[in-house]
Design a protein around this ligand. Sequence first.
Ligand code: FCB
Length: 460
Amino acid sequence: MTVNFPPGFLWGAATAAYQIEGAAREDGRTPSIWDTFSHTPGRTLGGDTGDIATDHYHRRAEDVRLMAGLGLGAYRFSVSWPRVQPGGRGHASQPGLDFYRALVDDLLDHGIRPVLTLYHWDLPQELETAGGWPERGTAHRFADYAHLVAEALGDRVELWTTLNEPWCSAFLGYGTGVHAPGRRDDLAALRAAHHLNLAHGLGAQALRAALPSTAQVSVTLNSAVVRARTDAPEDLDARRRVDALGTRIFTEPMLRGAYPEDLIADTAGITDWSFAHDGDADVIRHPLDSLGINYYTPTVVSAGTDNDRSRTDRLPWPDSGIVAFHQPPGKRTAMDWSVDPTGLHELLTRCAREFPGLPLVVTENGAAYDDKPDGSGAVHDPERIAYLHAHLDAVRRALADGADVRGYFLWSLLDNFEWAYGYSKRFGMVYVDYATQTRTPKSSAHWYAQVARTGQLPPY
Ligand code: FCB
């Protein structure tokens, strides 16, 4: 049966600055933590860096034409902070802003709505050297940066997002250290989480002050879909811990105005949270126009090998002994992530239930597969079509169950620099030959274009 999505539903694709732009040292751009990290031996697979990436900085016009050809209604991209405010403080870089003005103008000329994310992980290195997200000052720098971008682009961009996946910035960047800046320090991770929350609130205020009243302000979270391996109380407690640190650490202060009590108790051995000052809660809780949701795969947990569940001096991530993570059964993508569209339905309906009246947007969803051109140069990716179909069907079911979902953004428009995995993982609906920078839409791109043009999910 063919299924119709609501009229006005936004169909888009997403990217992030460091993953596609390249031109790392052009027009006054200074290094971000990802330049430093990727240039440090052993941090990314094969030593890959974003120096050139997909060369989008120089191929912007071609890429927008590509999107238009695929019938996309919206494009979610991020602004590179060190490109528009080198060093992370002070004056704006006009060439940097000009790049985004030109990008947005191209999009609007082609009838594609720009959806701008201010921060997709590329903190100016100077701000990390000054302490990074564990320091309060970084949140204030972010608000200044938000103001500067809003002044420059507020006349042409309506949809604004403060942060992308602050969980990754805090816990992968400062906790496990697998992302930039690569620190392993539980206290730093919790401080970073709070200052990212604060940056979101201050940034949202700065946006509202500078933007027309019609502008919409949002944040994108990768809330964890956590399942307990059994119903045993210790496994359910493991799920609760990961839910607190993976999801509620952001949703509760941003949308309800306070950190969850169980989170404070779970982390009492690490911090008393005195870095959260009086008044912060009111700033962080900023009325939003929508909530962005990124979903890829669920997490299955059980109690870890450390049986002392009263421990409050470690975060429950791999190696901590507090929680054990398991591979769910079933199909996997090239990331080894299990394919489970029920998680997307669960997440959307949970958000709809917990935050009634707040529109939701799927700001990222997609899959990496080992795509290769065939003898004729075409790239067939039936697994990605199956993945997308199943997940769009989950969105449809969430809509039918009352979730107010306004749009879907496929990750990603192009194959790109997949962070610590370098160029080894291909998430694009468009294949990129990195040697020549040739773009070839995969069969999934043609399939998705049809969905975007018609607003209909065909039978599968
Ligand atoms: C998300 C990131 C995005 C991309 C996808 C695969 O966590 O926001 O940049 O790497 O995962």
